[in-house]
Design a protein around this ligand. Structure first.
Ligand code: ACO
Length: 430
């Protein structure tokens, strides 16, 4: 990281020189690490809108240009020419694999797909109507009680094993959470299938009859995984990093990430988008809905629109839309009423000054729900699918953080606006 210039901050007539760090891509960063020690001030940035909390070499986003790069490679190229496990290798290791490296990597992931048999009992402790995200938070956290030989974060081999376990077992856990919620038997992984096809098999096969995975659907599933694999320092990734900064074990950290992802402003948006499309129902009801969204007092947002970083377009949304067309075409549901509502909503919103002036465009979740629903997933499974795909991003960032010799526990400061010190008053005197 180059440091060639300084910024001058003047407080009460006194100058403080702050180093300016230049990244490979993106805006320069003013290094304020020593500011508190020198000037006795904090910086104030709720929501981290202008704060870089770490340095990273994994993913770069240019929100104004609609660019998303993993280790330098554009997401559009990875989504069309690569596949999920190769992208996992790239995120984890920094370079595309050779054919031999990829084969070995895929083999290792495949060999870790089963979960400890005793964990089946753990699933059975949940209510049948539990949201699969609730089950996933619990089960992934509980992995730390089952895999004691991959908890030592100071041992690089154990870190590696934990990474493989999480990437390999997450589809099994997500599929089991689903099967449990619908009262069907768990389906064991099949190591002759690829990662995405195996997930569809575990979700949709039943022991009573054969199930053939449709290759077009497996490809679409793989693409959805690829498009969600990583997204630099978003809320759930930052949660994983913050949890990890205290030295927490990998399964606890990823469970924290899953919990954060669940919220409707983040990964829960795909479920919320589909529920919104259903609630609108037909294209003629869109104008009323748009009016409600524009009325701030209604508290209604256009789900699947807007992004903290993308202020032009979300490059993932473009690929997702194409995938939606392919899947709906295959399944012969081009006239799906939800798709018609989504298309019309997008058309109207993109012309409306409210959305245009605020740079609100469809994000990755606007179309992913429609694809997943067409594939047969209930809305409650949308966010678990996002979580399983994002696991590799969380782990890559976790590994990068632990390898950083400057690692410190994350400890934000605050602008305290509460009472100054005052004396306790006895209850009879209040
Ligand atoms: N619908 C209506 N208005 C919106 C929306 C929306 N979806 N998103 C932002 N706005 C408005 C805000 O009301 C605000 O208006 P104002 O300037 O008049 O006050 C302005 O646009 C800026 O919004 P912020 O909330 O400051 O933007 P922020 O960057 O904090 O929020 C977020 C980003 C949370 C994604 C937001 O756009 C949103 O809630 N979108 C809907 C949920 C969603 O789709 N989330 C998925 C994100 S992608 C992902 O996690 C995979």
């Amino acid at each position: 990281m180059a440091e060639s210039r300084t910024a001058t901050l003047t407080i009460d007539g006194k100058d403080y020189q702050l180093p300016v760090l230049s990244p490979t891509e993106g805006p320069d960063c003013i290094d304020i690490r020593k500011l508190y020690g020198q000037a006795d001030v904090f910086t104030y940035d709720p929501g981290f809108t202008s704060t870089a909390a770490c340095d990273s070499t994994i993913t770069f986003i240019d929100g104004d240009a609609g660019v998303l790069l993993h280790r330098g490679y554009p997401i559009e190229q990875l989504a069309s020419r690569s596949h999920y496990l190769e992208v996992c290798y790239l995120l984890l290791n920094g370079e595309l694999p050779s054919a031999a490296d990829l084969e070995k990597f895929e083999m290792t992931v495949t060999r870790h797909t089963m979960i400890h048999e005793q964990m089946h009992n753990f699933f059975r402790g949940f209510r049948r109507d539990a949201h699969p995200m609730a089950t996933m938070v619990g089960v992934v956290g509980a992995m730390s009680a089952f895999y004691h030989d991959s908890l030592d974060i100071n041992d690089p081999h154990q870190r590696e094993v934990a990474a493989f376990r999480l990437i390999a077992k997450m589809p099994t856990i997500a599929a089991m959470a689903y099967k449990y919620s619908i009262g069907q038997p768990f389906v064991y992984p099949r190591n002759d299938l690829d990662y995405a096809a195996n997930f569809l098999h575990m979700c949709f096969a039943v022991p009573a009859e054969p199930y053939d995975v449709n290759p077009v659907l497996a490809r679409a599933m793989d693409r959805i995984f690829t498009l969600h694999a990583d997204h630099e320092q978003n809320a759930s990734t930052s949660t994983v990093r913050l949890a990890s900064s205290s030295g927490a074990n990998p399964f606890a950290c990823i469970a924290a990430g899953i919990a954060c992802l669940w919220g409707p402003a983040h990964g829960g948006a795909n479920q919320a988008t589909l529920e919104m499309l259903r609630q609108i129902g037909t294209p003629d009801r869109i104008p009323d809905f748009i009016e409600k969204v524009k009325d701030k007092s209604s508290g209604v947002r256009l789900m699947g629109f807007g992004h903290r970083v993308y202020k032009n377009f979300d490059p993932r949304a473009k690929v997702m839309k194409q995938t939606a067309d392919e899947v709906l075409d295959l399944l012969g549901v081009q006239h799906n009423p939800l798709l018609q509502v989504a298309q019309e909503l997008e058309r109207i919103a993109l012309q409306d000054d409210y959305f245009v002036s605020r740079k609100l465009y469809p994000n990755v979740d606007f179309y992913s729900g429609i694809i997943l629903e067409a594939m047969g997933f209930p809305t409650a499974m949308f966010t678990p699918i996002f979580a399983l795909a994002r696991t590799v991003g969380w782990i890559s960032q976790w590994k990068e953080q632990l390898a950083d010799p400057q690692l410190k526990i994350g400890r934000p400061r605050q602008l305290y606006l509460g009472q100054s010190m005052r004396d306790y008053i006895e209850i009879e005197n209040r």
